[in-house]
Write a protein that binds this ligand. Structure first.
Ligand SMILES: Cc1cc2nc3c(=O)[nH]c(=O)nc-3n(C[C@H](O)[C@H](O)[C@H](O)COP(=O)(O)OP(=O)(O)OC[C@H]3O[C@@H](n4cnc5c(N)ncnc54)[C@H](O)[C@@H]3O)c2cc1C
Length: 393
């Protein structure tokens, strides 16, 4: 086996975190050695150890609470930590700095991968795990496998200790989501892989987050005004984001998490989404070139399920091969066909979950939606105050 990636440094990636639910962790256990899994858990933050998620309006009023997480097996892990551990698991089979420019078949009908540097390799099987702009899946589908979802996101990291005490208290040790008029939304994730470690073994931790941290994601409907933001970086981007929220009348304290973020950590990313219909996914006949993850079912981050789904795809593919008796061409193609059926089903599920939030955000970007959000928020907030569980702040 060989893994080729165009990146030259696995740690050079977005600084946000990835949620892995029980199914994703169980799939990962089938893919990596127990020691890697233990190091991952020692570097991860357990959802069961944080407070219930909270929903706010744009003025900082409570709208409702998420489910009780005390029985949750899900974890949050820095994307950099996850990628570094996965790279270690692949070991010498990982070849960095190898950008794939195309795929095809050689003169014997075997899959071939072409690289940007003019070299190529032939293989028994090629799996495109090359993300939203996949070269491999585009080749198989003869066109793009996803499209912009209409939202642009911006993320950043803010140490909890950097906030004022009242805002630390309001945000608490939980993740939260706030939606305001005109499609402006702010997700604030809470990550504490030290205080809330999923496995209490600090000697195994390789987490890049070393203290309680908020990882936020600001979202706006795409427009000419947000296109301008995509060219900004650092402090200029942070200031422009704050101005946009203020234009939408967000309360000043709700923006502290952005105002006090490390400007170096602020980055923009466009949401891309594949179809929510399973039958639209992987629209090709099974063969010796296939794909997994965002290459097939590009998933906006609004459900926190995209990476977990990619890991489950990989485990399913492996399980199909493990079940093969003797690898004749027919049985290999059948196995890939069975894998791709699972891939379509899972892709449809995670996309439906992620797109429901995207649609909600976009719905507030109409005149009626903006009026309804502004008018109903105080009413919902007052109702939520009456129903608030005694333990929450
Ligand atoms: C802000 C944000 C937050 C998110 N949060 C979560 C979360 O909490 N939980 C979750 O499950 N998901 C989350 N996601 C989604 C998740 O990151 C993706 O769904 C997941 O990374 C998809 O994995 P993948 O391996 O398919 O693709 P990717 O992670 O995109 O990996 C693709 C790889 O292919 C390489 N590559 C691409 N093109 C080429 C080429 N031509 N040649 C060689 N190599 C190439 C890239 O360098 C990269 O290493 C989030 C996404 C974003 C943007």
């Amino acid at each position: 086996m060989a893994v080729y990636d165009r990146d030259t440094d696995v740690a050079a990636t977005g600084g946000y975190h990835i949620t892995l639910d029980e199914r994703a962790q169980s799939a990962l256990r089938r893919l990596v050695a127990p020691e890697i899994m233990r190091r991952l858990l020692a570097s991860a933050s357990a959802l069961r150890l944080r407070d219930r998620d909270m929903f706010w309006d744009y003025r900082g009023r409570v709208l409702g609470h998420g489910p009780d997480l005390s029985g949750s097996a899900s974890i949050d892990v820095d994307r950099i930590t996850l990628r570094t551990l996965l790279a270690e698991a692949v070991g010498e089979d990982l070849h960095l700095g190898r950008a794939v420019s195309g795929v095809g078949v050689d003169e014997h009908g075997m899959p071939q991968v072409m690289f940007a540097d003019g070299t190529s390799v032939t293989a028994d099987l090629v799996v495109g795990a090359d993300g939203t702009h996949s070269v491999v899946a585009r080749h198989l589908a003869a066109g793009p496998t996803n499209h912009p979802a209409g939202i642009i996101g911006f993320s950043g990291r803010t140490p909890r200790a950097g906030l004022t005490v009242p805002e630390q208290h309001r945000l608490g040790t939980r993740s939260s989501m706030a939606i305001g008029p005109r499609g402006a939304a702010l997700y604030v994730g809470f990550l504490d892989p030290v205080g809330n470690a999923a496995l209490d073994a600090p000697e195994l931790s390789t987490s890049i987050t070393t203290g309680p941290t908020y990882i936020w994601g600001a979202m706006f409907p795409e427009s000419a005004r947000t296109d301008v933001l995509r060219d900004l970086h650092g402090t200029a981007l942070r200031t422009a984001l704050l101005d946009r929220f203020r234009d939408h009348r967000w309360a000043g304290h709700t923006l502290e998490v952005i105002a006090r973020t490390d400007p170096v950590s602020v980055a923009a990313f466009r949401f891309n989404a594949a179809s929510t219909r399973a039958t639209d996914l992987a629209p090709w006949a099974a063969g010796r070139i296939t794909a997994l993850g965002d290459a097939v079912h590009a998933t906006p981050p609004t459900a926190g399920m995209g990476a977990g789904a990619a890991i489950q795809d990989a485990a399913d593919l492996l399980a199909q091969f493990d079940a093969l008796p003797d690898g004749t061409t027919t049985t290999l193609t059948d196995a890939i066909g069975r894998y791709e059926a699972q891939l379509r089903r899972r892709g449809g599920e995670v996309l439906s979950a992620a797109m429901s939030t995207v649609r909600l955000i976009l719905a507030t970007n109409t005149t009626l939606g903006a009026l309804a959000t502004a008018a109903l928020s105080p009413v919902v907030a007052a109702t939520a105050r009456l129903r608030r569980p005694p333990s929450s702040s």
